[in-house]
Design a protein around this ligand. Structure first.
Ligand SMILES: Nc1ncnc2c1ncn2[C@@H]1O[C@H](COP(=O)(O)OP(=O)(O)OP(=O)(O)O)[C@@H](O)[C@H]1O
Length: 271
């Protein structure tokens, strides 16, 4: 289970500029150069601009926004699949940006797990073997890892399917495997990038229920990206909305009246 002393995720003054000479333009962006100007004058793309977010331990932080608003860029900074142009990404008080290669490898293995939109299952591995994958990478012994994997397979509702292969499962079932694999790692941070967007609406709701149920028990720090307002309001303890790489609104959810009003009226309510 997640460490009670885990200090959550704090993102401070994060900027990402895509292009060959990104660093040369960050001061100008800080002084007000817009995404359009940066692109037209210098051929660089502004991915993120001055992102500041506090994601407390045990919360589900939803990131919403239209296509191209910067959601994937943001979540990929948390496990440093993308290096920022400027700023800090503090996970449990440690700046991921400053980690060396070894520290980063250990951090990714033990502190974070990811669930992907397209499931990212290995087609020639069974449900059990897919679920074991992260534990194999962590070097956990087989006897121990099988116990852990079987527990999560059961918890996500796939007991009896351990020996099936991904192509023998529906999309919803495949995503349950993705979730079981991520949870088996027991990392305090769970990153979910459009994890449910490929699922049919009823299955999607089902998976939201599975996640909320499990979260009551595991209390991970979850970052969940979605395009869908209803999903955001159902899942999020906190919601941040991005546009053109900037946070344009924040809301607390599941007090959903306030959040829905906030999102539709473009004002702020809660931090
Ligand atoms: N490797 C890259 N090189 C150049 N520009 C990029 C790169 N990755 C992302 N971008 C740009 O950064 C901005 C944010 O993209 P990002 O993929 O994070 O958006 P998104 O909100 O996740 O979109 P979607 O919902 O379509 O996945 C966009 O303008 C995009 O074109």
């Amino acid at each position: 289970m997640a460490d009670k002393n885990f200090d959550g995720i704090k993102i401070r003054n994060l900027y990402k500029i895509f292009g060959r000479d990104a660093q040369a333009h960050v001061e100008a962006v800080k002084k007000g150069l817009t995404k359009t100007e940066l692109n037209e004058r210098f051929g660089h793309i502004l991915g993120l601009k001055d992102i500041n977010l506090d994601m407390p331990s045990g919360n589900i932080q939803v990131i919403m926004g239209l296509s191209g608003s910067g959601k994937s860029t943001l979540i990929r900074h948390i496990n440093r699949l993308i290096d920022p142009t400027d700023g800090e990404v503090l996970v449990n008080g440690v700046d991921v940006v400053k980690m060396n290669e070894n520290e980063l490898r250990e951090f990714r293995r033990h502190q974070t797990a990811m669930v992907f939109q397209k499931f990212a299952l290995l087609p020639h591995r069974s449900v059990l073997d897919n679920t074991l994958f992260g534990l194999d990478v962590q070097g956990v012994s087989r006897s121990q890892s099988i116990d852990v994997a079987m527990r999560w397979i059961e918890r996500v509702g796939l007991k009896g399917f351990e020996e099936k292969y991904p192509n023998q499962l529906s999309g919803g079932m495949q995503q349950r495997v993705g979730l079981a694999r991520a949870l088996s790692n027991d990392a305090p941070v769970l990153l979910m990038d459009e994890a449910y967007s490929a699922l049919d609406p009823l299955i999607r709701m089902d998976m939201q229920t599975v996640l909320l149920d499990i979260q009551k028990e595991i209390k991970k720090t979850i970052v969940f990206i979605t395009h869908d307002l209803d999903e955001a309001l159902r899942l999020g303890d906190k919601i941040a909305i991005l546009r053109d790489g900037e946070v344009i609104q924040r809301a607390r959810a599941r007090t959903s009246f306030c959040a829905r009003r906030t999102i539709t009226s473009r004002t702020s309510c809660g931090r």
